[in-house]
Design a protein around this ligand. Structure first.
Ligand SMILES: Nc1ncnc2c1ncn2[C@@H]1O[C@H](COP(=O)(O)OP(=O)(O)O)[C@@H](O)[C@H]1O
Ligand SMILES: O=P(O)(O)OC[C@H]1O[C@](O)(COP(=O)(O)O)[C@@H](O)[C@@H]1O
Ligand SMILES: [Mg+2]
Length: 481
């Protein structure tokens, strides 16, 4: 990683630049200078020394700490408009907003930089070497943001670095926009390394996608807001069903393989949820302080209850299944079905309350919808930042929001671990106090990773003030497993 240090403990975790390995790289004036929409903006171009701090809650004596390069257009670009041959690929699972990002990359390249050659790679990484490309123009992508999914297709597996870089080289592609989650960005990092090894003038820009918000450093991922909003519909249905039956229980499974952000935020937003179970907080069923005891108490008090469970929660309680998907992700058991059956079995025992349980799994209904208004704006800015960065010659970076400001983050910073809900942070405490559910764990039983270190920045998406005041709050943690 390129690291620049400065006074008072200032650290810039910088992103690579094509000039790092290509001598005498030519530069050109940024065409935005003569664009009527932008040329009137005061200080439209980002100062080369602008950076964004990772930690914004500071004390008088706190060193300035880690910073990231501020995203945005530079005075000089490293590509002439007619020279650019860009491509876009989407990989991994679906996420609301993929089409918006594709649309905005195509539009920004054309309307801001006069680039007309943009190719879609068909069906994820393997499309680089096994399929024809899809030409993308502002006209063909004009209304795709209103559709869910990705118009260029996606897949898991099929990452063959050599074949992908050969294809990039053979097709004369010189800007690669890679939209995908943690797995995809690991793939992007090795593609960037190989391109650099071959000394190619090819900029690699990642746009992080993950519906479950499991990507490190960034405030939140696109599609997350939409997912939380859509999850409300499932929770509402579960609540209506539960309320209308005697001792009704509604169980909703939400996405979150390794982290429970969607479940936590959907619970906090809904106020109808009585118990939220996430992978970061182990729970148990039987005995004092267990889930069954809490269900019984809630049913006696309220006559109904809603349980939200993240897909990765409680996996340690289920029989292990040693299978992986094509990308090498562990295939999880359906914890929603499992817990529903366990609750039914428990309450069907003699002397127990007769219950009515309805289980809702809205996973693919949530993933498949188009992004909501706020995610659309967010996707637009992420895409524009990525285009400005690649045009300026930055490479091996992702475009990401840090404390409400758009930044360029080195790829290897976000592939080093996964973002998790820290259950000793205030947000989880707020959730526990809003649902009144038992915490199931005692502080003495927590792993080192689950406990907040005094000097650690707070969990992403906490209330600890984003700097921009644009409604996107957050800070950054670096919890790795
Ligand atoms: N460690 C890795 N190195 C290279 N490519 C990877 C790696 N992990 C995943 N990939 C590739 O990234 C793509 C998407 O990964 P996946 O885990 O399915 O989704 P996501 O990017 O959403 O996490 C797949 O094509 C997969 O082959
Ligand atoms: O059925 P698929 O496509 O393998 O996807 C299932 C998984 O996709 C997810 O939505 C997340 O996918 P990504 O890792 O690609 O972001 C998980 O929540 C879920 O386990
Ligand atoms: Mg993933």
């Amino acid at each position: 990683m390129k690291v620049v240090t400065g006074e008072f403990g200032y650290i810039l975790q910088d992103v690579p630049h094509l000039a790092d390995y290509i001598p005498d790289l030519p530069t050109y004036p940024n065409p935005l200078r003569s664009n009527p929409a932008y040329s009137v903006v005061k200080q439209y171009f980002v100062d080369m020394d602008d950076s964004v701090p990772q930690k914004i809650v500071v004390h008088r004596d706190t060193p300035r700490g880690v910073h990231f390069r501020r995203a945005g257009p530079r005075q000089k670009v490293c590509f002439a408009s007619e020279e650019v041959n860009a491509c876009i690929v989407t990989c991994g699972g679906l996420c609301p907003g993929l089409n918006t990002v594709i649309r905005e990359i195509v539009h920004s390249l054309d309307y801001m930089y006069g680039v007309s050659e943009v190719l879609g790679i068909d069906g994820g990484y393997r499309g680089f070497y096994s399929k024809n490309t899809i030409p993308l123009t502002p006209k063909t992508v004009d209304d795709i943001h209103k559709r869910g999914g990705t118009i260029i297709g996606t897949s898991r597996g099929g990452h063959d670095t050599m074949k992908i870089v050969d294809s990039i080289q053979d097709r004369g592609i010189n800007q690669v926009y890679i939209i995908g989650g943690d797995g995809t960005q690991k793939g992007a990092a090795v593609i960037y390394e190989e391109i650099r090894k071959r000394g190619l003038k090819v900029a690699v820009a990642g746009i992080p996608k993950t519906i479950d918000n499991d990507i490190l450093v960034i405030d939140k991922s696109f599609g997350f807001d939409t997912a939380v909003e859509e999850a409300q519909r499932a929770i509402n249905a579960a609540h209506v069903e539960a309320q209308s039956a005697e001792n009704g229980i509604g169980v909703v499974k939400l996405m979150g393989r390794y982290c429970g952000f969607i479940a936590m935020y959907a619970t906090l937003a809904s106020r109808d949820v009585d118990c939220c179970l996430i992978p970061e907080s182990p729970f148990y069923l039987e005995g004092q302080g267990g889930l069954f005891e809490y269900i019984e108490k809630t049913l006696k008090e309220n006559g109904h209850m809603v349980i939200v469970i993240a897909e990765g929660a409680g996996q340690e309680l289920l029989a292990a299944k040693d299978e992986q998907d094509a990308s090498g992700n562990k295939l999880l058991q359906d914890v929603g079905l499992w817990i529903s059956q366990k609750i039914k079995d428990h309450f069907s025992k003699q002397g127990k309350l007769p219950i009515t349980l309805k289980y809702i799994d809205p996973t693919y209904m949530i993933r498949a919808i188009p992004s909501n208004a706020s995610d659309n704006v967010y996707c637009t800015l992420l895409a524009q930042s990525a285009v400005h960065g690649a045009m300026a010659g930055y490479t091996g970076f992702i475009s990401g929001l840090v404390n409400g400001r758009h930044t360029y983050i080195p790829l290897n910073r976000i592939t080093e671990g996964q973002n998790k809900v820290v259950i000793t942070d205030r947000m989880w405490a707020r959730l526990l106090s809003s649902t009144n559910q038992p915490s199931f764990v005692e502080t003495k039983d927590l792993n080192d990773d689950d406990v907040r270190k005094d000097d650690a920045p707070p969990t992403q998406m906490l209330d600890d003030a984003g700097s921009s005041g644009d409604g996107i709050t957050g800070n950054n943690n670096t919890i790795t497993k």
